[in-house]
Ligand binder design. Structure first.
Ligand SMILES: C[S@@+](CC[C@H](N)C(=O)[O-])C[C@H]1O[C@@H](n2cnc3c(N)ncnc32)[C@H](O)[C@@H]1O
Length: 244
């Protein structure tokens, strides 16, 4: 996953309002009256959130399993003159050098963790590396979005020279969405075709809350769709704010 895709990820995400996303993250900081110094961005991808947080004055470390995504993140922050660290790790095996104030994981990182044991391990690692009183903020694509909107649908997208056709298959027994992605990327007069298969788990909010509690977190807020309001049954993006 996120190999050749890494090189077209930012083009396909061009319409995502990452500035507003980071505004929302800072709104959560204000709500909790935290002014963090050190932040870790898990499953940071090409660093769209990591670099924006760094340019707002925080000390950032981005963590991702894809070397290709990190390569692009590093190149972008070099060009922007930002000083931040990117490390290539599986978040299930997270290892940091010390405690941090805030850990975030945005835009589906948690959906890529497919079973409860692995997700509990991620939460345990996060708990281990947060200072007491530290904040853990992450989002998921909701169960509703994966099981009812994306499920068993054929989708297509075109952005500039990048075309994506995308077939989704949802397994109701495992709650796992399989996404078969076929890319066609223009190279001169021809198109390069490549494939990736991604798997995302649809979690019910309570399943997540149970796991967070099991590792010792206080769940302070579950909210949706870039507001601090509670989720409704058709919310597509759910945010979990937990304090150690
Ligand atoms: C949809 S992208 C989100 C990237 C970024 N957070 C953003 O907002 O654009 C999901 C990212 O999760 C990463 N990822 C998936 N499983 C992971 C794992 N086990 N450990 C670390 N990163 C992982 C992928 O490599 C990919 O970069």
């Amino acid at each position: 996953m996120y190999r050749d895709f890494a090189y077209v990820y930012d083009e396909l995400m061009k319409d995502v309002d990452y500035d507003a996303w980071v505004d929302f993250i800072e709104k959560v900081f204000q709500t909790y009256q935290v002014r963090p110094e050190r932040i870790v961005d898990l499953a940071c991808g090409t660093g769209n959130i990591t670099s924006r947080l760094a340019s707002r004055g925080y000390m950032l470390t981005g963590v991702d399993i894809s070397n290709e995504m990190l390569g692009i993140a590093r190149e972008k922050s070099r060009k922007q003159g930002l000083f931040l660290q990117y490390i290539n790790q599986d978040i299930r095996e997270l290892q940091l050098h010390g405690l941090v104030d805030v850990i975030v994981c945005m835009c589906d990182g948690v959906n890529y963790i497919l079973d409860d044991t692995d997700l509990k391990q991620v939460f345990e690692r996060v708990y281990q590396y947060l200072r007491p009183g530290g904040l853990f903020l992450f989002d998921i694509s909701s169960h509703y979005k994966l099981s009812e909107i994306l499920a068993n649908n054929l989708m297509a997208e075109t952005e500039g020279d990048v075309n994506l056709v995308w077939f989704n298959n949802f397994d109701e027994k495992t709650n796992i969405l399989q996404m078969d992605l076929t890319f066609f990327v223009r190279q001169g007069d021809l198109f390069k075709r490549f494939y990736e298969t991604h798997f995302q788990r649809a979690y019910k909010n309570n399943e997540i809350i149970d796991l967070l509690r099991q590792v010792g977190f206080n769940i302070d807020k579950v909210c949706a769709d870039f507001s601090l309001d509670p989720p409704s049954k058709d919310s597509e993006r759910i945010f979990f704010c937990s304090v150690k």
